[in-house]
Design a protein around this ligand. Structure first.
Ligand SMILES: [Fe+2]
Length: 366
């Protein structure tokens, strides 16, 4: 069977190789998450029924390889066989979108006035953003959401050793890899001060500073999305906001909270955002999630605080308007979020987290 694994497809896309990614899932499945730049044909039912004409309406160039994709890699094999029969070089993505969940790409974040280098590491299969910040020969990772080797290899390629690993909050949509990364790199785990996480960590309080090489990361308490949420300010240049402030919206206030608590969290989030909006307009905002699959374009997902102030409507509302809008727009809860929170509090990673983490992240309200 002509298949390729997710890492091979990831590297092809990263190299900019000519390839057509053909998504054969139903429109409903595709709506939750997709591979950036992929072509869609809603042929799922017909392929499953082994209709040999399922892809007949599709016209494809014969000189560009095709990678067929479905949910778990079975229906895409039927599709690739049909394309091969038409003389097209076709491969089926092993494990489908489930396996793609751990795919990633990177973008360098330009910070002209800081001596730090920042790499945005994007879990393209899910929308989680983490950051590797290096200065001299040291580095820190914020919100590790991928297997430790990704961060270790990137750090090594720049001549950095990872000395600190931070989370912005206790995540509900994916398993934090921070504890495991810290173990592999002999780094210290820093977490916002709270009493929920049950493995050893160094607690961060508002104003606490972590030095990396010659630069400083300062913790700013930013409750609202969750009670313990923190943002980290790098050299007064860039602010890593986790799920507090995104490029199109703000964090949802309801996870791990009752309806009444969600309303109280929305008030807290409003106060937090007012506090952040007082920072200089040139501060670069680096959020913890993206709301759409990020292309392999090496362009970082970031915006200045001044631009967000103008673009994000929610930031222009009064406190009561903000709270009412937020509670009226609460999106569906991430699948398995209670179990994910439990594992993040315990610091446990399970053997195969992909199924547990399946689905798009739903952390934002815009
Ligand atoms: Fe979150």
């Amino acid at each position: 069977m002509n298949t390729i694994d997710a890492e091979t497809l990831r590297s092809w896309l990263e190299e900019g190789r000519q390839v057509i990614v053909l998504d054969v899932r139903s429109a409903a499945d595709r709506a939750s998450w997709a591979i950036p730049g992929s072509l869609h044909v809603d042929a799922y039912a017909e392929l499953k029924a082994h209709n040999p004409h399922a892809l007949d309406s599709l016209s494809l160039p014969s000189d560009v390889p095709v990678v067929t994709v479905c949910n778990s890699g079975y229906t895409s094999q039927i599709a690739s066989k049909q394309l091969i029969a038409r003389g097209i070089e076709a491969h089926s993505l092993e494990g489908g979108m489930q396996a793609w969940s751990l795919s990633w790409n990177t973008a360098d974040v330009p910070l002209p006035s800081s001596s730090a280098e920042v790499i945005q590491i994007r879990r393209v299969g899910k929308g989680c953003l983490s950051y590797l910040i290096g200065s001299q020969d040291k580095a820190v990772v914020i919100d590790a959401a991928l297997q430790p080797e990704v961060y270790l290899d990137l750090a090594q390629s720049r001549g950095w050793s990872i000395t600190a690993v931070l989370d912005t909050h206790i995540h509900a949509d994916h398993l934090s890899r921070s504890r495991l990364l810290a173990e592999r790199s002999d780094a210290t785990v820093y977490l916002p001060d709270q009493e929920r996480v049950r493995y050893p960590f160094t607690a961060l309080h508002d104003g606490f500073t972590i030095n990396v090489g010659v630069v400083a990361l300062t913790a700013i308490q930013t409750p609202g999305h969750t009670q313990e949420s923190m943002s980290y300010l790098l050299d007064r240049q860039a602010l890593f906001t986790g799920d507090t402030l995104f490029l199109q919206g703000v964090g949802r206030p309801d996870l791990h909270a009752s309806a009444e608590e969600a309303r109280a969290h929305a008030h807290l989030l409003y106060q937090t955002l007012q506090h952040l909006l007082a920072l200089p307009g040139h501060t670069l905002i680096l959020p913890g999630h993206a709301n759409a699959p990020m292309p392999f374009d090496k362009i970082p997902l970031t915006a200045s605080l001044g631009d967000l102030r103008n673009q994000v409507k929610l930031l222009q509302l009064s406190e009561s308007e903000f709270v009412e809008t937020l509670v009226s727009r609460i999106p569906p809860v991430p699948p398995n979020h209670e179990r994910i929170i439990e594992l993040n509090e315990a610091g446990s990673l399970i053997e195969n987290p992909i199924e547990l983490e399946a689905g798009a992240n739903n952390c934002a309200i815009s």
